[in-house]
Design a protein around this ligand. Structure first.
Ligand SMILES: *[C@@H]1O[C@H](CO)[C@@H](O)[C@H](O)[C@H]1NC(C)=O
Ligand SMILES: *[C@@H]1O[C@H](CO)[C@@H](O)[C@H](O)[C@H]1NC(C)=O
Ligand SMILES: *[C@@H]1O[C@H](CO)[C@@H](O)[C@H](O)[C@H]1NC(C)=O
Ligand SMILES: *[C@@H]1O[C@H](CO)[C@@H](O)[C@H](O)[C@H]1NC(C)=O
Ligand SMILES: *[C@@H]1O[C@H](CO)[C@@H](O)[C@H](O)[C@H]1NC(C)=O
Length: 865
């Protein structure tokens, strides 16, 4: 029950959000563990309590090939009050189902009254075909009539199309214990119906909230609306008949609606048994068959195409639509490798959808999301609803995108009509009739917070370590390259153990541990460790830039002989690192362990460290625009989220800072130096107890006090990174007045005053959307909470930042003049409050290694003031 994305009822959402924000337990990702373990599996079949199937005009019970049994008129006479008893039949009619071969005709209003066993959602299906024959003197092809319930207009002045059988399907929330279905012929005409179904549906089928696309906001009140099903598509797969859907629905193939070129779309499918339903995901909303097929990008496997898959659906522009998209990643080989954007009506509805994050960390797991599209929006106004999925730009993950299923439901208008602008009582819809009566925007963060957070927790539970005890001894050999204010304390290791030479690795090579380099190769690559090739200096030794093979640039980390930890841990490290593959983690290419050397070879990151691009290097680099800073933060958050949740044991980075976020040639952010990383806490522990390691200024105060490490320590450090990206100053600057020394404290003071823009990097002035800024600052605040349990998870951080980016994209300020590296004339506040010289100061020597003793002293000083 716990995570079902936007489809959680509002109350649950609120409760879940509260839990994420405040809950002591959520900090450890355990509540889902406990409640999740007791949740019975969601049912995969549904037996309706109300089921009225009537073959109108039929004289014998009818069983269709769909497996449904229809009653005759005689059997359902008690439901009908009508003056007429005209029936027509035509055995030779060319109809898709025998249901259409008979009909009931009414020349005056007729009412079917269904007593209901349960209130709530009910399907109403009306089958219509204008049979030839004597309809009481009326030609059914010219019959004109309306069909209404007590509250909703389903059909208004309907006239059938000649020789065309149609089934109209509605979904209404019945609040009474009966449901009336009225057939109202136009004066002098007649009404008819070939078959009727009234069947109740599970509550979860329509949630109260969804994401409105334009403007982007959460809307609620959906459970009070009535719906007409206009499209229900099994994308990339065949039609699914009522017999294969426990709710008796029909799913059509999507092919008639594909607007992309033919070879741009590729249909894929997997055996239906391979589809997983993460805890709490309903199996009823769509059958597994829908998730088991998808359309993906046709050329995605070759080259790097960038295009959208596009579907165009005809709609009536005077209504709003509830669009439900179904996804299951049945195309990826690994999790966290596929990110794509979803557009509805030309607007970005989801940015960088990462199915492995939202669908319980598994491939082929069912996930769906609801959107509301406003009737008066531009594209719909042209009577076309456009759905698009396309790869996220920016070289993020495998360029591909997919869609498994679509439902499009027309939403009743302000007077409860689904056809025409008049309500049951004759009231006319107010202008912009598509408008809905009770759409209230509620906190967006709440939704994202709750579902991303809970999702992440579920992931964590699934990924909990099975072998924690064995792994507990894992600790790192590698120290950060840009060691900055890093320091390390800890027990002295026993120096080098007995050295194992290359052939030890020949056995491990086969396990995918990356490439083995000979010492000679490394020497050649780095010009024999030329000082000029040094790009970083760390406690363990130097980092060199080098070239291997064909001129591929690499970063080479060489452990110095004084390094304390032994070869076993070096081996563990390699095994560990080589398992971590992610777009937003710097990847290990190989290693060298010859001649008692401990050398690791990494991919080279052309644009260096993030810090240099926001401040530092005396501002010699152009200032990054806000959007790019956001994208870098999002990339880093993805990398960290993967560390926390994407691996079996869950890894805590322990040294998150702007110098450990590296940028490649395209400014894609990659997290480096998981050297201090530690496996996350196991099942039996809430935290990892360990000597304090990390970087001054980024250190989680709780970790420092209790020496207990959780993934929330990384979240705290990341909060500091966010403030650095915003304010362009170091996390600790001892030269500043006391209250400004610590960026975390100072930033939060301004945030609490609601004046965060006063301390923003002046070079950003005029380029930042205020809502984006406020979302960003709020995210930083939630990261920097005093207690780990109050902090949001990395998954939440990610969603919040993505939302900040969407806000920026949706409405970038017009005034671009203050941007770039231009003069900061436009900056208000910050200059006048004279809090910081522009460009920032980098007063803390970047190469100093702070001993723990000094650190305690510094912290004591800071706390004392
Ligand atoms: C229709 O199916 C029901 C059970 O589903 C069965 O009891 C009934 O005999 C069938 N009727 C006909 C006419 O086949
Ligand atoms: C039906 O609507 C009522 C309010 O009109 C609401 O309280 C109830 O929760 C809805 N039922 C479902 C299943 O959404
Ligand atoms: C639907 O179910 C029938 C049997 O009930 C089966 O033969 C058919 O293959 C199923 N359709 C699909 C698309 O799986
Ligand atoms: C995909 O569609 C959206 C909205 O229509 C558009 O903004 C975007 O540029 C498209 N992407 C590509 C690669 O064409
Ligand atoms: C639809 O959009 C129009 C203008 O953009 C707005 O006035 C109206 O409130 C919106 N309706 C809904 C239901 O969101």
């Amino acid at each position: 029950m716990v995570r079902r994305g936007t489809l959680l009822p509002l109350a649950l959402l609120l409760a879940a959000a509260a839990l994420t924000q405040m809950g002591g337990v959520s900090g450890q990702g355990r509540p889902v563990t406990e409640s999740g373990a007791q949740t019975p599996p969601t049912p995969s079949s549904f037996t309706p309590k109300d089921s009225f199937l009537i073959d109108c005009g039929g004289t014998a019970p009818l069983n269709t090939s769909d497996g449904k049994s229809y009653k005759t008129d005689a059997q359902s006479n008690h439901l009908l009050s009508a003056k007429d008893a005209i029936r027509v039949a035509d055995d030779k009619a060319d109809v898709p189902s025998p249901l259409y071969a008979t009909a009931r005709v009414f020349k005056e209003e007729a009412v079917y009254s269904f007593p209901l066993a349960v209130p709530g959602w009910h399907f109403i299906r009306i089958y219509l075909f204008p049979l030839k024959g004597d309809g009481g003197g009326v030609d059914l092809a010219t019959a004109t009539f309306s069909v209404v319930t007590d509250d909703n207009v389903l059909l208004h002045s309907f006239t059938p199309e000649k020789d065309k059988a149609v089934m109209k399907e509605y979904l209404v929330n019945a609040t009474e214990n009966h449901l009336a279905l009225k057939f109202q012929p136009l004066a002098g005409s007649a009404a008819f119906v070939n078959a009727i179904e009234v069947v109740n549906a599970p509550d979860e089928l329509v949630a109260d909230t969804a994401l409105s696309v334009a403007p982007l906001a959460e809307t609620s009140g959906l459970s009070r609306e009535a719906y007409q099903v206009v499209y229900r598509l099994n994308v990339g797969g065949p039609a699914i008949g009522p017999a294969n859907d426990t709710l008796g629905r029909r799913w059509d193939p999507d092919t008639p609606y594909v607007a992309s070129p033919k070879d741009a779309v590729k249909d894929v499918s997997v055996p239906v048994g391979g589809i997983k339903f993460p805890d709490g995901t309903s199996r009823l909303v769509a059958p597994a068959l829908v998730y088991a097929s998808a359309a993906k990008m046709g050329d995605a496997d070759v080259g790097s195409p960038s295009f959208n898959l596009t579907w165009k659906l005809d709609v009536d522009a005077s209504f709003s639509y509830l669009v439900r998209l179904f996804f299951a990643d049945i195309v990826s080989d690994a999790t966290n490798d596929l990110y794509f954007d979803v557009y509805i009506d030309g607007r970005k509805a989801v940015s960088g959808l990462d199915l492995s994050t939202v669908a319980g960390g598994e491939l082929a797991a069912a996930y769906y999301k609801d959107f509301v599209v406003n009737a008066s929006s531009s594209e719909v106004a042209a009577d076309k609803l456009t759905l698009q999925v396309g790869p996220m730009g920016q070289d993020t993950g495998r360029p591909d995108a997919l869609l498994n299923g679509v439902e499009v439901l027309k939403v009743s208008n302000s007077v409860g009509s689904l056809d025409g602008e008049f309500g049951v009582d004759g009231r006319k819809a107010d202008d912009g009739s598509g408008g809905r009566k009770a759409v209230a925007a509620v906190g967006f963060a709440m939704m994202f917070g709750a579902f991303a957070g809970l999702g992440a927790m579920v992931v964590k539970w699934y990924k909990r370590p099975q072998d924690w005890e064995r792994r507990e001894s894992f600790s790192s050999w590698l120290l950060p390259i840009h060691t900055g204010q890093s320091f390390t304390t800890g027990s002295k290791g026993g120096g080098y153990g007995s050295h194992k030479s290359g052939n030890t690795f020949s056995s491990t090579m086969g396990m995918g541990l990356g490439r083995f380099f000979s010492f000679a190769e490394i020497q050649a690559a780095t010009q024999n460790f030329d000082d000029k090739a040094i790009i970083g200096v760390g406690g363990f030794g130097n980092v060199y830039v080098g070239e291997i093979d064909d001129g591929t640039k690499v970063a080479v980390k060489r452990g110095s002989a004084e390094s304390e930890q032994g070869i076993n841990e070096f081996n563990t490290e390699i095994q560990m690192l080589s398992k971590l593959r992610h777009r937003h983690l710097v990847s290990l290419i190989g290693y060298c362990d010859e001649n008692q050397e401990m050398i690791l070879v990494y991919e080279y990151m052309h644009n260096g460290v993030f810090r240099d691009h926001i401040y530092g290097k005396e501002g010699s680099l152009p200032a990054l625009p806000w959007k790019q800073r956001l994208e870098i933060c999002i990339g880093a958050a993805r990398g960290l989220h993967y560390l926390h949740t994407g691996t079996a044991q869950g890894i805590i980075h322990r040294d998150v800072k702007t110098t450990n976020i590296l940028l490649d040639d395209n400014f894609v952010a990659k997290v480096s130096d998981f050297g201090l990383s530690k496996d996350g806490p196991g099942m039996n522990q809430l935290h990892v107890s360990t000597a304090v390691k990390g970087s001054f200024g980024y250190l989680d105060p709780e970790y420092f006090r209790c020496q207990q490490l959780t993934d929330k320590s990384d979240v705290y450090s990341f909060g500091v990174v966010l403030l650095e990206a915003l304010c362009a100053r170091p996390p600790i600057d001892p030269q500043l007045p006391r209250e400004q020394v610590s960026l975390a404290e100072w930033g939060m003071q301004w945030k609490r005053k609601g004046l965060i823009e006063k301390i923003m990097d002046p070079r950003l002035a005029g380029t930042v959307n205020p809502e984006s800024l406020s979302k960003f600052a709020e995210t930083a605040e939630k990261c920097l909470a005093e207690f780990g349990s109050d902090r949001i998870s990395m998954g939440d951080v990610l969603w919040n930042l993505e939302y900040a980016l969407q806000l920026q994209d949706a409405n970038p300020p017009d005034n671009k003049d203050g941007g770039g590296d231009q003069d900061a004339a436009g900056s208000e506040g910050r200059a006048s409050s004279a809090v910081l010289p522009p460009g920032g100061v980098n007063a803390v020597p970047d190469t100093s290694t702070t001993a723990a003793g000094e650190l305690f002293q510094q912290l004591a000083d800071m706390q004392g003031r």
